[in-house]
Design a protein around this ligand. Sequence first.
Ligand code: A2P
Length: 269
Amino acid sequence: LKPLTDATPIKTPMLPDAQTVTHVEHFTDDLFSFRVSRPQSLRFRSGEFVMIGLMGDTGKPLLRAYSIASPSWDEELEFYSIKVQNGPLTSKLQHIQPGDQIILRPKPVGTLVHDALLPGKRIWFFATGTGFAPFASLLRDPETYELYDEVIITHTCRDVAELEYGRRIVEALPNDPLIGELVGDKLKYYPTTTREDSPKMGRITTLLQDGTVFKDLGIDGMTAETDRAMVCGSMGLNTDLKEILEGFGLREGANSDPAEYVVEKAFVG
Ligand code: A2P
C-alpha cells in the first residue's frame, strides 16, 4: 500500500462557485439578510439577480434566483430572503453563519435595470415583501439619481416589522458618504401595511387607483412622458400593477426594447 503524501489527492467535498458568508441579520421569524464575498470577476447591473444556494443532500446544488440587494460598487454581495420552514433551500439557508460557504453562480441577469427603460423624469419602485431586494440595490446606485429628478420607493408588507430592512436602507441614504449628496431631496419613501396598523394602510394598488398615493406625495398623476416604473412582488401584485400602469399609458419594456415600465417576480417565496 502506498503511503498518503501531500501530493496524494484527497477527495474533499468542494463547493463549486463557493463564496463565504460575512454577515447575517434576522429581521423577523420569516425574513433575514446576509452578505457574502464577491467573486472578483463578477460585474452586474443594479437590479439584476443571480442563482445562489447550498449543496443538497443528494450532492447536487440546490439553487434559487436571488436579486442582488447590494449596489454594483459594493465589495461584497447582499441578499434579502424569506424563510420558508419547509422550503428545500430556505429551510437550510436561514441557518447560515459568518464563515459558512454558499454557492453563487456568477451570471447576473434580469429586467429591473435602467437599460430597459427610456429616459424619464420620475422613477417609481413598487415592491411587496422581499421584492424590495432589487430596489435595495438600485436605491444605492448613483445612476438612479443621475437619471431621474425624483425617485419614489413604495413597499407594501403585511406587518410593520417586515418593512424594517427597507426602511433602514432608505433612512441611511441621505447621510451616505458616497451618494448622500446625490440623493438630496429626490427620494420619497412610501411604506404601507395591510394587516397591522401603521401610518399608511392598504395595498399600493388600491392607493394608486383611488388617488391616495398622488395626493400624499403631491403629484398630479402618472404619464408616459414623465414617469417610469419598476415592479417587484408577488404574481398578484405584478399582474394588478401592470394593468394600472398600462392604464396610465405606460408600456412594458425589456433590455432589448426599452419602454416605460418593467416587472419581475420576487423569486423566493
Ligand atoms: P394583503 O395582506 O392584502 O394580501 P405576501 O406576504 O402574501 O407576499 O404579501 C405581501 C404584501 O403584498 C401584503 O401586504 C399583501 O397584501 C400585498 N399583496 C398581495 N397581493 C397583492 C396584489 N395583488 N396587489 C397588491 N398588493 C398585494
